[in-house]
Design a protein around this ligand. Structure first.
Ligand code: NAD
Ligand code: UD1
Length: 338
């Protein structure tokens, strides 16, 4: 049994599908602060298997411990957390409370229940300003915003925990830019309010919910001047979690591993691919750089290949086609009619 915090969210729901399809039993623990119950129903529909879903908050010690005990979990995949960079700057304590205190409570509950295998959702944001590219796992770590700092604090907490008790098996997975959706069109990213991230914004322009995309800067030292990122299909990312668990279950240690494609694409590459996949125009206007943005970064993805035998299989065309299928089948996300 794998206990999945935040399993109703964007990445967690795709991970649950891949875990169920790989034959694992799954318990989701989520407070639905940024997700819908419907997502968990659809996960079970796609996988053709049931899972247990518990509504609860990782900061609620009682609820967490009893769900963890009842699930008889062998491992935890910990996706629960808040992820909006702008909001983290405006409300830092909310981010320390959810992401740091929430993880601390989870680790205490795991100790109490003697569960010592953990996969944690970290982010490429912990590398800060690039000293060299691609980012390798041994790149210096730093944070440029509160969200990133909460990831860094948790990473340090996990390394300290493992040092104190080497029988833990901990995988810190540093995601690059997850995009796309399940090929069924049943689950995908469902941002509340105005999307901050590129792909959901592009998809909402294409479907007619928004007039045009703001391209944040075209004067970066990149081939076309727009920002370059390492986009990774969310299903590849989800499969990476199953493979990471397969690796961790027989090994003790605390490892940090990049999950990225290993190559970069610009904002304009994404816009053009999305237009081709959707057959819709994506009007855009070039604006100033977004505060806090980096020009370009991408992953060295070789460690995940070496340790987990994992590499991405889905390129930009699949990322865009699957995002478009999800967006056009669910123009208002989970709340709308299919
Ligand atoms: P998401 O918001 O879609 O999913 C997070 C889930 O956690 C939601 O279902 C939410 O309801 C739940 N949650 C939040 N706080 C909780 C709490 N206190 N108790 C219980 N449940 C709680 O986000 P996502 O994109 O699926 O991201 C999953 C994880 O991956 C996060 O930790 C995020 O920081 C990390 N991450 C995401 C990205 C990305 O681009 N999406 C990139 C790097 C890292
Ligand atoms: C953002 C976060 C990062 C987090 C990541 C998770 C910021 C500053 N960084 O990264 O900490 O880990 O999300 O996915 O918020 N762009 C536009 N127009 C838009 C939106 C984005 O041009 O409307 C551009 C950006 O300038 C960037 C690229 O698209 O070059 C990707 O942006 P985004 O999807 O927001 O991801 P990141 O900035 O990489």
């Amino acid at each position: 049994m794998i206990f999945v915090t935040g399993g109703a969210g964007y990445i967690g729901s795709h991970a649950c599908v891949e875990l169920l399809m790989a034959g694992h039993d799954v318990t989701v623990f989520d407070n639905f602060s940024n997700s819908q119950w419907e997502a968990t129903e659809r996960v079970q529909r796609i996988a053709g298997r049931t899972m247990t879903v518990v509504r609860g908050d990782i900061r609620d010690v009682q609820a967490l411990q009893s769900a963890l005990r009842a699930s008889k979990a062998e491992a935890v995949m910990h996706f629960a957390g808040l992820k909006a960079v702008g909001e983290s700057e405006a409300e830092p304590l909310k981010y320390y409370d959810n992401n740091v205190l929430g993880t601390l409570r989870l680790l205490e509950a795991m100790v109490a229940c003697d569960v010592k295998t953990l996969v944690f959702s970290s982010s490429a944001t912990v590398y800060g300003i690039p000293e060299s590219l691609p980012y390798r796992e041994d790149h210096r770590l730093s944070a440029t915003n509160t969200y990133g700092m909460t990831k860094l604090v948790v990473e340090n907490m996990l390394r300290d925990l493992h040092r104190s008790d080497p029988s833990w098996s901990i995988g810190i997975l540093r995601y690059f830019n997850p995009v796309g959706a399940h090929s069924s069109g049943l689950i995908g990213e469902d941002p509340q309010g105005t999307p901050n991230n590129l792909m959901p914004y592009v998809a909402q322009v294409a479907v007619g919910r928004r007039e045009f995309l703001n391209v944040w800067g075209n004067d970066y030292p990149t081939p076309d001047g727009t920002g370059v990122r390492d986009y990774i299909h969310v299903v590849d990312l989800a499969i990476g979690h199953v493979k990471a668990f397969d690796y961790l279950k027989t090994r003790e240690g605390c490892i940090a591993v990049n999950l990225g494609a290993g190559s970069g694409h610009s904002v304009m590459d994404m816009v053009r691919s999305f237009e081709a996949a959707s057959g819709r125009a994506v009007p855009f206007k070039v604006g100033p750089r977004r505060a806090g943005d980096l020009g370009a970064y991408w992953a060295d993805a070789s460690l995940a290949a070496e340790l987990f035998g994992w590499r991405v299989e889905r390129g930009l065309d699949r990322m865009c086609a699957d995002t478009w299928r999800w967006q056009s089948m669910n123009p208002d996300g989970y709340k709308g009619e299919q």
